[in-house]
Design a protein around this ligand. Structure first.
Ligand code: SF4
Length: 594
């Protein structure tokens, strides 16, 4: 059920009568015909459960047929979801496959975690990057008609209001909000005043802690975090966006105080000449230095990459994109690809007008990205292939927002863009390599994105282990995957730190003899099967990975301590394994087995 609050005249958060009425409407399943039609909606939901539509299109057709037969208006998905939630409370859950069809955008929470993207206030950025847009009332690099930016503007960039509004929107469209990954965007986080940073993060936790009755408020950031450990809406991860040249031990220490678990850095390219030409202000050396610190302190790291920059060519881009994964000093855990485009308010517009810059054609870009996808390692997640920019803002450059879809499942469109000859050659090459989709990245293999008619069709997960060196340390990527490695059920990132990063107050938990878990993620409970029986066998994989990581660290590396960079909302989960909170990390002494 949605719990709503609003501000009263004094600025306090309360339930207003109108909000109470709205809450009641939702809880009591609406007004007018909705209340009258509850029994009909229940009957229709029963029909859907008995014969789950294979896709959203069929679901819509069934709704139209039902409405015509009953001579009623079309039943809305949120009404079906409200009934499904009532059934769930009565111990009669609706299959997840059907719920995913009913949710507005099932992709949002496919990994069981609801992302909440919010922006910081407009504030100067130390960067002078020529491709970056500038709008007066926006943080650097954001445009007011981007969805997240528009939401932030409506909420006057207040973190509390932004989070509350996103929670309501997610709940109204039937998404679970018990596990939240908050992503803070808006220029360079590290350049913001420290007092603002601390206030901002506290408000995020306060919003998640709010139970809808009273505006949750605690005396300090750590008190708000402590309350979130047991709140109904837990913040299981906090992502902050910054520049590599602002990463220092002190900065990372501060980020840990805020509960940050993942850092996104703008790298853009590994070509130093291009960085200089585009006035980026840092080079590859700063990225390498920052990577070691971030990984040695347990953070997950996402790189923003920008093919097609001035001074580059598709050939040069391909070369440095390979380097991203082949150079052990690089190797990010996640990447977001934002091909360079010309925007109205960026300095690059002038270069373009003067003929000094021309973005890649659709054909050049798609060919480049298809090649890039073939060498992404199985331990990296490609989170985005395009930036979420309204096409009206793009003066020149690629305008696709559904690039992944085109690459993966729209062969006709792909053929049209890259040309018959190239497409045929590409397909022939793929056929030689078994013809399967070439990308082995995490996102392309997550089991939650695939549907199975029955539980019996779900492949059996087996334990896999991949070792690689990164930033002077050793990384073990442990996972449960199908035997053919096409389906990923769960993953864990284990690191043996380089031993070269300053330890600050973390001597006993990150130093000699300590192993570090940087991520645990299980997709087992989100497997979409028409017949929910048997899905339970895919649960508990995260626990098995934890045990394997502890065994490996203890027996193979001789480590005496395991440290987990846990999001505030996951601390209780690790307590179950015997971990205790020490200096913002969850820590456990490993006993040597005999
Ligand atoms: S550092 Fe980022 S936000 Fe700042 S100017 Fe460069 S691209 Fe824009």
């Amino acid at each position: 059920m949605s719990l709503r609050i609003a501000k009263d005249a004094s600025g306090q958060y309360v339930h207003t009568p109108s909000m109470e009425a709205k809450k009641h409407k939702i809880a009591s399943f609406g007004t007018r015909q909705r209340v009258e039609n509850t029994a009909v909606v229940e009957r229709f939901l029963r029909e859907l459960v008995a014969d789950i539509p294979p896709d959203k299109k069929t679901l819509e057709q069934r709704k139209y047929t039902f409405a015509a037969a009953e001579q009623l208006p079309l039943i809305e998905n949120r009404d079906l979801i409200a009934i499904a939630q009532q059934w769930e409370q009565q111990g009669n859950p609706v299959p997840e496959t059907l719920l995913q069809l009913l949710r507005k955008r099932s992709v949002r929470t496919i990994s069981g975690v609801s992302p909440i993207g919010i922006l910081t206030k407009p504030y100067p950025c130390p960067g002078k990057c020529v491709y970056c847009p500038t709008e007066d009332r926006m943080p650097k690099s954001y445009m007011s008609n981007q969805p997240a930016a528009a939401r932030a503007l409506r909420n006057k960039f207040h973190p509390y209001d932004q989070v509350i509004n996103r929670l309501h929107a997610l709940e109204d469209s039937g998404h679970p909000v018990s596990k939240l990954e908050v992503i803070v965007m808006g220029g360079t986080w590290s350049f913001l005043p420290k007092k603002y940073q601390s206030w901002y993060c506290k408000k995020i936790y306060d919003a998640a802690n709010d139970d809808g009755r009273v505006h949750a408020t605690h005396k300090s950031l750590s008190a708000s975090q402590h309350a979130n450990e047991t709140a109904a809406r837990k913040i299981i991860g906090l992502t902050l966006e910054t520049r590599p040249d602002f990463i220092t031990p002190k900065e990372l220490y501060r980020m840990r105080q805020y509960g940050c678990t993942r850092i996104e850095i703008g790298v853009q390219t590994l070509d130093d000449t291009v960085q200089t030409l585009t006035k980026r202000g840092h080079k590859k050396a700063e990225v390498v230095r920052a990577m070691r610190l971030m990984k040695d302190y347990g953070f997950k790291v996402c790189w923003h990459l920008m093919p097609g920059l001035p001074g580059s060519t598709p050939e040069k881009d391909l070369q440095w994109l390979r380097e991203v994964f082949e150079d052990p000093d690089c190797r990010p855990d996640f990447v977001k690809i934002y091909p360079c485009v010309v925007l109205e308010t960026a300095e690059l517009k002038q270069w373009w007008q003067e003929g000094r810059y021309q973005p890649y054609t659709d054909e050049q870009l798609i060919k480049l990205l298809l090649q890039f996808k073939t060498f992404v390692p199985p331990w990296t997640r490609v989170m985005r292939l395009m930036r979420d920019i309204p096409v009206t803002n793009i003066l020149d450059g690629a305008k696709f927002s559904n690039l992944r879809q085109i690459l993966r499942s729209q062969p006709e469109k792909l053929r049209e863009i890259v040309g018959e000859q190239w497409y045929t050659a590409y397909q022939a090459e793929r056929a030689e390599e078994s013809g399967s989709w070439p990308c082995r990245c995490i996102r392309c293999r997550e089991i939650g994105f695939q549907s199975f008619a029955t539980a019996a069709e779900v492949p059996v997960p087996v334990l896999k282990r991949r070792s690689y060196s990164a930033s002077g340390g050793t990384e073990e990527f442990l996972s449960f995957e199908s035997e053919d490695e096409q389906h990923l059920f769960a993953l864990l990132r284990l690191r043996r730190p380089s031993g070269k990063s300053p330890l600050l107050q973390w001597e006993g938990i990150l130093g000699e003899g300590c192993a570090l878990i940087r991520e645990v993620h299980s997709y087992g409970s989100e497997i979409a099967v028409g017949d929910s029986a048997g899905v339970g066998q895919h649960r508990g994989l995260g626990t098995r990975l934890m045990h394997e990581a502890e065994r490996l660290a203890r027996e193979e590396w001789g480590c005496h301590t395991m440290t987990v960079i846990a999001g505030v909302g996951t601390r209780d989960y690790y307590r179950r394994f015997g971990y205790t909170l020490q200096h913002t990390y969850m820590v456990k002494r490993l006993l040597q087995s005999h």
